[in-house]
Design a protein around this ligand. Structure first.
Ligand code: KG4
Ligand code: ZN
Length: 338
């Protein structure tokens, strides 16, 4: 089959990203322009500012991605773009640019589910990886446990009922006075702290449920901090970080392995920003060795938001016959359930 070059655009949150991906697995360029420094002083992403910044940089980022890949518009066969979930104004910037390119170049376009993009980041990192596998998607906006039965065939088995895993990391980090986004700071601090210092709850929900809930844990950490402050006792931030992180990881790891065992799966795939957590990676690997299950995760750049993963998802959709019309709509609340 002829090789297929995808130009992909991702603007769902605070990263303006554009990539050129060959045959869904080979990244020729992956330019990521992060707005984090701008949003940091507000303690989180400000949607209006995010949209404006995307508009300012999108054209340059597209050109940069072509230059870095050493290709021109005329070499591109397919456009991929995140259609949701995400911030509506931010998504619209990427979608408008993508539609204009598809129309002007007269090539097909695929509107991609951002969560599927996170999963597909693994196809880039692990050239030999193929479905089926058990997959844990944990990011700032989503926590899903699923069975990937094919390249675009997912059985959703569990999801968060309140906060996403990354959101819990960010909120706890904020209460500890750490910068936004707090996940990577908690990760680092946890390495120096004692994970058994404070007994935070593990929320497993009903027997056999594969859903998650992190808001009770978050509240429990906030209560601990308030109590300590009232009693004027010293808070050892590293211990809070390590104990909180361990409470999250215990639940994530236990439920993921339970599902893999139930389905007879020999592969567990991690995706999303929280998949770059060093504690999660090592705990998964240790347990995987014990239970003879292979663990896959992308490198950190591919874990957090980037356009290469969108290019991969667009490719695998396209070769299985999925294509979008030029009038497709933005879907800010899109989930993994189709
Ligand atoms: O996938 P992502 O870039 O954006 C969404 O689609 O939401 O994920 C960002 C999230 C943030 O909540 C961030 O704190 C978290 O991923 N994160 C981490 C780590 N690196 C990023 N959480 C824990 N440990 C990390 N090392
Ligand atoms: Zn994401």
């Amino acid at each position: 089959m002829k090789t297929l070059l995808t130009l992909a655009i991702e603007t769902s949150c605070d990263e303006t990203s554009c990539a050129v991906v060959k045959d869904g697995r080979e990244v020729l360029s992956n330019i990521i322009s992060s707005q984090i420094e701008i949003h940091r002083r507000f303690g989180g992403v400000v949607p209006e500012i995010a949209s404006r910044k995307h508009i300012e940089s999108i054209n340059n980022i597209i050109q940069e991605s072509l230059d870095a890949a050493g290709v021109q518009f005329s070499d591109i066969d397919l456009i991929g773009v995140t259609r949701g979930p995400g911030l509506v104004g931010a998504l619209l910037v990427g979608i408008s640019a993508a539609k204009a390119l598809a129309y002007g170049l007269d090539i097909p376009i695929v509107g991609v589910n951002h969560i599927e993009g996170h999963i597909c980041a693994n196809y880039i990192e692990h050239k030999e990886l193929e479905p089926p596998f058990t997959c844990l998607v944990v990011s700032g906006g989503h926590s899903y446990l699923l069975e990937a039965k094919g390249y675009n065939d997912y059985e959703l088995v569990g999801r968060t009922r309140d906060d996403a895993a990354g959101e819990a990391f960010d909120k706890v980090a904020r209460s500890l006075g750490l910068p936004y986004p707090g996940g990577p700071f908690i990760d680092k601090l946890a390495l120096e702290g004692n994970s058994e210092a404070i007994e935070f709850p593990r929320i497993f929900l009903e027997n056999k449920s594969y859903d998650f809930s992190f808001s009770g844990l978050k509240t429990s950490v906030l209560n601990y901090i308030n109590n300590m402050e009232q009693k004027k006792e010293e808070i050892v931030i590293a211990d809070v970080a390590a104990s909180f992180q361990q409470a999250v990881l215990d639940v994530l790891v236990e439920k993921t392995f339970r599902l893999a065992r139930e389905r007879g799966s020999d592969k567990i795939v991690l995706a999303g920003g929280v998949a770059s957590n060093s504690g999660l990676r090592s705990m998964m690997k240790r347990r995987g060795l014990k239970e003879n299950i292979a663990i896959y995760y992308p490198n950190s750049i591919l874990c957090t938001d980037n356009a290469a993963m969108i290019g991969s998802a667009a490719y695998f959709n396209y070769i299985s016959g999925i294509e979008s019309n030029l009038d497709f709509k933005v879907m800010p609340n899109l989930g993994l359930e189709y």
